[in-house]
Write a protein that binds this ligand. Sequence first.
Ligand SMILES: Cc1cc2nc3c(=O)[nH]c(=O)nc-3n(C[C@H](O)[C@H](O)[C@H](O)COP(=O)(O)OP(=O)(O)OC[C@H]3O[C@@H](n4cnc5c(N)ncnc54)[C@H](O)[C@@H]3O)c2cc1C
Ligand code: SF4
Length: 839
Amino acid sequence: MGHGPGPVSIPAGARPPRREGQRAPLVRCRGARQEEPACCKRRRHTCGGRRGRRPRSGRGGRRHTAPPRLRAHRPRPGRGALASGDPAALGRGIPCAVGRGVGAVLAAGPPALGLARLLARRFRRRRWDWWTLGAAISLSRAALRIGFPPDGGAARAERTRGLDLRLPDRHGGRAGRRAATGARHRRGVVLRRLARAPPAAEPRGHARAPVGRRAGTAGGRLRAPPAAPRPRAADGVPQGRGACAARAAAPDREADGGRRPALVLRRRCGPRPAGVRPGGQPRARPPAARRGGTAVSVDGQRPTRDVGLYTDGSNAIRPEVERVERGSEITGERTVRVDACVIGTGAGGAPVAKELAEGGMSVAMLEEGERFTTDDFNARPRDMMARLYRDAGQIATVGNVPVVLPLGRSVAGSTLINSGTCFRTPPPVLEMWGERFGLDGMSAAELDPYFRRVERIQNVVQVPAEYAGRNALVVKRGADALGWSGDFIYRNVRGCVGSGICTFGCPTSAKQHVGITYVPLAWNAGATTFTGCRARRVVTTGGRVRSVEALTAGGGRLRVDCDLVVVACGAIGTPLFLRAQDLRLDSNELGRNLSIHPATGVRAEFDEDINMAEGVPQSYFIDEFADEGIMFEGAAGPPDYAAMSFPFSGERHRDVMLRYRNQSQFGIMVSDTSRGSVARHASFVQIRYDLNSEDTATFKRAIERLCELYWAAGARAVYPPIEGIAELRDGDVSRIRDHDLDPRELTLLAFHPLGTARADARPGHGVVDGDLKVRGTENVYVADGSVVPSSLGVNPQITIMTLATRLAFHLLGAPAPDHEPEPEAIARPRITRPHALTA
Ligand SMILES: Cc1cc2nc3c(=O)[nH]c(=O)nc-3n(C[C@H](O)[C@H](O)[C@H](O)COP(=O)(O)OP(=O)(O)OC[C@H]3O[C@@H](n4cnc5c(N)ncnc54)[C@H](O)[C@@H]3O)c2cc1C
Ligand code: SF4
């Protein structure tokens, strides 16, 4: 599960239009020569000025009916408000696309609304009708795409009244304007230096020298002796705000002879990672660039539980050359010729491109989104959602309960914005695939070498306790008290400093998304990435696909002539792409069987200081109930993220946010038996998903148990994600137990769409066969989440990467890699029997 973005605030919707012929009540407006509508009383003085001033027009005020305002949602008892980001409102009674659009209007903010109002006036619409609303939605979505408003809303945020609970000093968080203009973030650069991890795929590429060799650094000096251990709390983590400041500042002052400590060291909160140089001490020599090198012990094992491996970013993969062609610069017709064309550069596309390129093929990668580097990240969730997420993260399913379904749209796809949690496919699930879908070639033993290869390249290591954050540690305390099974999560990182912003762009390049691992390795092997190029159609002759045509961001066309096509557009994009082609698909399963791992979160308030913003957001999991399809995973978030997702509004929301440092949040992910579908209706994409009664009952059990856990951990109040049960006190869970839960009362998100072009080795079944070839075609393959035939019960990125690697080896006719080091340890969640057998 990804802890992902909370849904952003959306308005409750426009006031219902008046009936035809009905007028607004008229009042006499001071300064106007004739009567004005009642709206003038509320500063909505559409006749040209504020109340009491003369109207602009010398001819006196115009008669008009006022457009109903988009107003803040009124909280319903026991229910979150739309204004605070209640996703349940998104889509309930509002079609998905409109919900998205309205969300976009809000994301673009008051300027977009002003624009919409202007439109209403300009075209003399008598009232705010659907035409005006539609135009406003389109305009604001277009504005979002081109990066409007230019300051990322920072200026507006400054004007906000009340306490500012954001973390302005995190990762150059004040640089909202710079992010929008593409300028570099100074603090991001300094942080990277601190973590000694030159970003793997920086624009400056191989010209960027290792830190120690740059001018002005003491590259030749010896490594500084390790700093003396600082006092720690019982659980090993320094406590409280003062402790955080002390952690960062005290050693600097000592080393600096009492001078002001270095800016970033003073500001950075979180345990100091190994290898961070205290200010004033000689800089240690970075180890020689190992291009993604991996330490292997004498017995051939790859260590996975070492704090140093987790925090050391010096072994990051670096591109020798950047082979990127920007679609925005392709304005005319362009044709390239390659052996293989890979469409999509996410968890599926990037590994297959890298392996094919290293196997000797010439490869072109087409990516609809742009390429982002650490310099584009400013750690502000709202800005980053607009830039890195498809449709600004406002995609939602339609059905008996709306589920917000964020997706990535950039080089690295959803891995750029995911939480970095890594699990292998549970063996019982693989066994079920063999029995149910005839996928014998995907047994645990057969996939083992590919798992090892992916985990080595992605550097999958376990989160050390001191980086897990207090949010995870209080939950662990509760789980230990109840005797429940759990462990620290394994993640794909190099040089993580526990800064807690993984899903909005890791500012230190620590999270190993495929854009800084597989994509640079593919470039090194000769592949080229075409960004801003949306593949539209394939051209077939004689039953074989001969080329792929793409529209470029510059308005041009790119044709890729190729012998082989690998579609990796993700579980939502792939069925839409394949459906649009003139292929003789031998299956009617395309776009069906969608599973999403629906998720929600329980929040709790403690007396102690937790500060969710510190530490890895998703660092601990509880698998006690994994056999029932329930996984609990960390879902901490920075204050701005929490503000969007807390189910309160107005004064109540303010109160909760003022106690942000005492709040904890943990996620529930359900291995779903419900299935949905993806289809295009005219220009709208509809993702249909109904939560069935079995999954609803699973959610009820899971929420009840997580509340029990919070009571065991010492919570003062618990907030379950159920409409009508806003808050629990005094150890109470009976209100949940006695409640007849309706799916519509749940607040749900999902991050793992799977199965819409599922693999099935049995003839006549499945969209792709056991080798992931699209049935009915000769040279079209699929390598992304859509081929995964069932719910997994665990986060899917490693499964997707592994299946993609296996596909590449199959296409190259190469045997499975047998030299990959075995990991010292790897997460093995307690899934002893497969669920989701209703698939
Ligand atoms: C917020 C969030 C948190 C997550 N956290 C985790 C986690 O901790 N652990 C985990 O295992 N999984 C996590 N996931 C899920 C995981 O990231 C995805 O399952 C995985 O990335 C899916 O891989 P994919 O290749 O199927 O699709 P994607 O990674 O989404 O890649 C698809 C790519 O194809 C591109 N594309 C689509 N259509 C076209 C076209 N027509 N032409 C060109 N390009 C196109 C898209 O722009 C995109 O870049 C998370 C997901 C999200 C959104
Ligand atoms: S916690 Fe996440 S965002 Fe912060 S350094 Fe680690 S991987 Fe990057």
